[in-house]
Design a binder for this molecule. Sequence first.
Ligand code: ADP
Length: 289
Amino acid sequence: AIWNLGSINADMVYALPHLPAPGETLAALDLQQFLGGKGANMSVAAARAGSHVCHIGAVGADGAWAVDRLLEYGVDTRHIAEINTPTGHAIIAVDRQAENQIILFPGANRAVSSEQLGQALTQADSGDILVLQNETNMQPEAAKMGRDLGLRVCYAAAPFDAAAVQAVLPFLDVLFLNEVEAQQLQQATGKTPMELGISDVIITLGAKGARHFNAETGETVDIPAHAVTAVDTTGAGDTFTGYVLSGLDRSLPMPQAMALAARAAALMVTRPGTADVIPDLKEVQEASF
Ligand code: ADP
C-alpha cells in the first residue's frame, strides 16, 4: 500500500476582468471550486493508477466534500481527520489573459497531530511506501517513523524549502525534484543528486522528460517525455509522482515506473484541470503515443 501524508486543498478559482489593484474591490465574474493540494493530487494519481492509497491528512468541517471527492476517486480516507481549523485552500484570481494571483491558506494541512500520524503509520506493513510533500506539518516525524517501520520513504520537495528538505533527507529512499528544485537543492547543499546519500533521485524536466539517478549503481537513466500539445501543465508533476509511486508499489523497476508516469503526465497536460482529470491506468495504457 501507499501512505501519503499530504495536503488537501479547496482550489477556489475566481474569474476577474483584471487582477485587483491594492485597495480595489472587484466583483468576480465566475467561481469554480476544485479539489487540489499536491498531496491530494498524488493520492488521486496513485489510486487511479490502481494502488491502495491511504491518505493521512486533515480538513475542517468545510472540507467534507473534498474527502468525499477523494473517496470517489478511490482513495482510502480513513486517516483523514476532521478538525476545528479551516480546510486548506487556495484563492486563485484569474484575469482575461489567464494571468493569475494566488493566496494560499494552509489551514488544517499544517495541523496534523502526532497521535493521528502514529495511529495511521502503525497500520502500515514493512515494505509499504510512504510519501510526503512540503505542504503539511509533521514531515520529519513521519519520515523518521517511516524509516524505523521499514517503509520506503519518498519525498517531493515542493513547494521548495531548503530547510524542509534537509530535515527529511537522512530518512529518504526516493527524492522527487523538478528542474528548478534540483538547482535550489544543489545550491543549498553543495551536493549533486548522486552525493545526497539517497538511493533514488528523480528529476523531472517538463517537456524534456525526466532523469533517474541511482546512487547504488551510479547510473543515470533518461526517460523521454511524449510529444503532445500541452494545454494545462498544472498537476503534471503530481501525476508523474503518483504514477511512479504506484509503479514502485507494484514492484516495477524504476525506469519502467517512470515510463508509465511519463505517459500519464503527457495525457494530463493535454487536459485542463487538476485532480478531477487525472487519467486512470487503462487510459494511460491505451493512449495513442
Ligand atoms: P512540475 O509540474 O512538478 O514542475 P514537470 O514540469 O517537470 O513537473 O513535469 C513532470 C513530468 O510531466 C515531466 O517529466 C514529463 O514527463 C511530463 N510533462 C510535463 N510537461 C510536459 C509537456 N509539455 N509535454 C509532455 N510531457 C510533459
